[in-house]
Every structure is written in structure tokens, then in C-alpha cells.
Design a protein around this ligand. Structure first.
Ligand SMILES: C[S@@+](CC[C@H](N)C(=O)[O-])C[C@H]1O[C@@H](n2cnc3c(N)ncnc32)[C@H](O)[C@@H]1O
Length: 253
């Protein structure tokens, strides 16, 4: 396996999310926030840390399977003076999630409550939204983000994903799933293609970095070139402009 640089070197968030949209989501979440905010599948917890910085009376727990991402999150928390309010746990949300939290963040992590990604099933929106609704009290806010179809899915768009047209729903369908789970929407956002282009560039930058720093006949070079080419084809000839990303600020009712 070639050793690639970690995603956090080229990405601020492990999701297509501009600084401007992040500011709007963070200020909606942080408004009057006290108690504990749980970030499930937090990655390196950039969003959670921004919410905690904006909500001085709140505490956070962030959980992710990726121990390296959690370690980087701890470094960020310490550098920002947030270590005493941010508990970052390397582990499975299904084992580590507290029973209650005053607010929650769940970005790109609905699969926690669904079948394993390898089974290529439709995304488990309803299960995720139901679990998040059980976590927070009436009035509690949840920042929920996940993939949607931004345009009618094509076979070329779906092929490099789960290979099925029903993997995702549309934005209006997602909002109704959130309402059915016991939320009302406070804000509804959809990532732009520009946010996606920036995300994909950061996502694939590790291949470019590797190829720029290793000789062309290195034993891993073919594999890195092929992985980079597969990802380029998947995006530019596949799901660009079709796979979208929704961000919903939801209030439990
Ligand atoms: C698309 S990334 C999003 C990361 C982060 N929320 C962000 O927006 O930057 C999804 C994350 O969910 C994590 N994840 C998936 N299943 C998990 C589980 N059962 N328990 C904890 N983390 C999980 C993955 O490790 C990954 O970091």
C-alpha cells in the first residue's frame, strides 16, 4: 500500500463545504448553545471545534473510527484552547455515543446506522435521522448533512458510487424524511459544484503529491496513477453535478 498524505493536509472538512457556508451553519448551531453537542463520524472534528469556539458554554464529544483523524482533531483542539471542552474519541459511534446530547452534528455519516457501505444499499437516511432525533430533546438542534442527487442520476454517475439509482434521494425528499423523523428545518443548504470541485481536488491531492515526490518506476507508482485516474474518471465523467451534498439545520419538535 503506498503511503499517502492524510486528507487533512489538503482539506479543511472531509466534505464539500466552503468557509462561507461553514460560518453560516456554525452560527446557526452555536446560537444560545449550552450543554453537550455530539459529532458522530466527526473526522478531525473541524466543524465541532468551530461550533465550540462560537459557543463558549457548550461542550463537545466527537467520535470517529479513524484514529489518525481523531489525533489530528486533538492537536487542533489544543492549539485553539478547546481541549478542555472537546472530548474526541477514536471508536465506533454505535458503542461510544452517549444516550442524550443537547445538540448533534452528523455530516456524511448516515451509514453508521445502515448496512455496511460495501453492501451498496440505499443510504440509511431514515435510520440516521431517527437515531439523531432520539439523541436530542425537543428544541435541540441537529446539523445533518449527506449525499443527495442534485440532478437526475445517470448510470455513469451511479457506477463509481454504489451502482444504483436509488442510493440517494433528492433535496425535497430529504427534507420530508427529516420532518417525518420529528424535526423541522431551520436552514436548508446544498453544496455548489464549486464546493464539490474544491473537495475533489483536495481529496485527490494526495495522489498528485505522491507522484510528484516518487520516481515514475517506484513499485507503487502504477497503483497510485491508476487510483488517481479512477477517481478523476469517477468524478469528471461520472457524478460531477449529479451527486450533491445537503446540509440541514434541524430542530427537534
Ligand atoms: C465523509 S466523512 C465526514 C467526516 C466529518 N463529519 C466531516 O464532515 O469532516 C465520514 C466519517 O464517518 C466516520 N464513520 C463511519 N462509520 C463510523 C462509525 N460506525 N463510527 C464512527 N465513525 C464512523 C468515518 O471514519 C469518516 O471519518
Amino acid at each position: 500500500m503506498p503511503e499517502l498524505t492524510p486528507f487533512h493536509l489538503d482539506l479543511t472538512f472531509m466534505t464539500p463545504l466552503s468557509a462561507t457556508r461553514a460560518d453560516r451553519l456554525v452560527s446557526a448551531m452555536a446560537d444560545d448553545l449550552t450543554g453537550t453537542v455530539a459529532d458522530v463520524g466527526c473526522g478531525w472534528a473541524e466543524l465541532l471545534l468551530r461550533v465550540l469556539a462560537a459557543a463558549p458554554d457548550a461542550r463537545g464529544i466527537g467520535i470517529d473510527l479513524d484514529a489518525e483523524a481523531i489525533e489530528h482533531g486533538r492537536t487542533l483542539a489544543a492549539a485553539r484552547g478547546l481541549a478542555d471542552r472537546a472530548m474526541l474519541v477514536a471508536g465506533d459511534v454505535r458503542d461510544e455515543l452517549p444516550e442524550r446530547a443537547e445538540a448533534a452534528i452528523c455530516i456524511g455519516a448516515s451509514q453508521i446506522w445502515g448496512p455496511p457501505v460495501e453492501e451498496a444499499q440505499p443510504l440509511a437516511y431514515a435510520a440516521a435521522l431517527g437515531a439523531l432525533r432520539s439523541l436530542v430533546p425537543v428544541g435541540g438542534q441537529v446539523l445533518y448533512g449527506d449525499g443527495i442527487w442534485s440532478a437526475a442520476p445517470t448510470a455513469a454517475a451511479a457506477a463509481p458510487l454504489a451502482g444504483r439509482l436509488d442510493e440517494f434521494v433528492t433535496l425535497p425528499e430529504l427534507v420530508e424524511l427529516a420532518v417525518a423523523a420529528g424535526f423541522q428545518p431551520m436552514q436548508v443548504h446544498e453544496a455548489t459544484v464549486d464546493e464539490w470541485d474544491e473537495f475533489e481536488s483536495g481529496f485527490t491531492a494526495a495522489y498528485t503529491r505522491w507522484l510528484a515526490t516518487h520516481s515514475a518506476d517506484h513499485s507503487d507508482a502504477t497503483e497510485v496513477r491508476e487510483r488517481a485516474a479512477r477517481q478523476r474518471a469517477a468524478y469528471f465523467s461520472g457524478y460531477r453535478g449529479v451527486l450533491g451534498m445537503a446540509y440541514l439545520v434541524l430542530v427537534a419538535v
